[in-house]
Design a binder for this molecule. Sequence first.
Ligand SMILES: O=C(O)CCC(=O)C(=O)O
Length: 268
Amino acid sequence: MSEPQSIYASVGELEVKPAAGVWTDPMPESQADQVAFFKKHGFLILRQVFNAEELAEMDAEIQRIARDHEKLPKVREGFDLEPKQDAKRGALAFRKIGGITDLSDAFHQAMKQPRILDMLHAIMGPTIQLWRDVVMMKPARVGREKPWHQDSSYWPWEPMSLVSAMTALDDASPENGCLQVIPDTHMDVLQHYGKELMVDIDDQMQKRTMYVPLQRGDTLLFHSLLLHASEPNLSDQDRRVCIVSYKSPDAKFIGRGEEKDCPLVSQR
Ligand SMILES: O=C(O)CCC(=O)C(=O)O
């Protein structure tokens, strides 16, 4: 653990403050210890899951999809543009590309990456289904903050124990808005408020906030009740991540309307 440097001191009022620390501790090595770590802390980092060739293919796919987005079908959440566009970019700045594993074979393969699936089965059991699949872009200079929240407060599944795999497609650091987490917060369901559904964290919680820097190709697994957030990206470096959220059939639909189909990802 080390002290972070904040580059956001000059920015006006933001919901998400610079984190109190940076997660630099190594992860356990054996699978049993990794599962125990995830269960205790609500997250786990898998280093260098994707190689340079796989990452280059995903880069090319994002470019293709962004270029052709008007001709492509809206899958699940569809596309979101950043409200503030960046004249320097010379192309549209996207906030989100939804349904990425349907839109791209490279991302469909990434959803089934063997190291990720091994861990998911160890944590979640024999049947893994897909719930959500997005690329969150957080583009240089215009990427917005994401306030503190628990993903399960947005999602119609109980028990609230889904797992997301966030793969870094760029190096993600405190400077370009890497994820912040509050370890060990995945046991409690917190009250969210507002249009964006967020949680206010008090001073005690703020002291426990940690940046989780990732290198391109790393994957962060996190529990759907883990409190997390990210600051805006005021740097000149994009911060793209692919987030695939997985559920087990034990999670039952508690939403309104019709239950959405959750395709099978893996059965062991
Ligand atoms: O992209 C980010 O920094 C945050 C994404 C996030 O919190 C989410 O999708 O739940």
